[in-house]
Write a protein that binds this ligand. Sequence first.
Ligand SMILES: [Zn+2]
Length: 237
Amino acid sequence: MDVEEKINKFKEIVENSDNIVFFGGAGVSTESGIPDFRSKDGLYNQKYDYPPETILSHTFFVNNTKEFYKFYKDKLNAIKYEPNITHIKLAELEKQGKLKAVVTQNIDGLHQKAGSKIVYELHGSIYRNYCTKCKKFYGPEIIFGENTSDIPMCEDCGGLIKPDVVLYEEGLDDDTVRGAINAIANADTLIVAGTSLTVYPASGLIRYFRGNNLILINRDSTPYDNMASLVINESLR
Ligand SMILES: [Zn+2]
């Protein structure tokens, strides 16, 4: 099948399905201009003494909070970015009743910004922050706003504020995982895009799919290509 035939088949599957779930990785966000902080472009190493995986770990957050927030504000501030065509189309499909849920590994909140309602954010969101002591909720401005302190503290109790983002060494939120599994297990069509499916939890969650059409859209091939009804090796446009 050439690309045009594949796109026609994609449209046909979407047309005929009313229980679609979308599973997206970093590739969904990069089309909005958001760099993938996991990509090994050496950019981070020039400015920081540690690799991103170290800085974005629970241990580092606890022991080097100021350095953590320096990196976090510098590299993970996605609030200025806008949804791209993928986010917008998915929100439309949900409105039409065809798409039941988005499961995402991204923390930039762009699906909600595009209008999606049911979004399982496996790795949390930069839009939510909590006091580690009293659990008071804070929006993104407490961290990304102007004149914020190096280490954000709770205005009520003085506790340290932590982003609701899953750091390395931390487990995923049970309710979010359960919701994602439930949506995937009940879907008729699963579209997986912008992820190589090699990293947990992506690889594990796909196994719950029992529906008819597995569609994989990724620049590179994935370990699940032979299980898919349609594989499109392109970046998202
Ligand atoms: Zn507090």
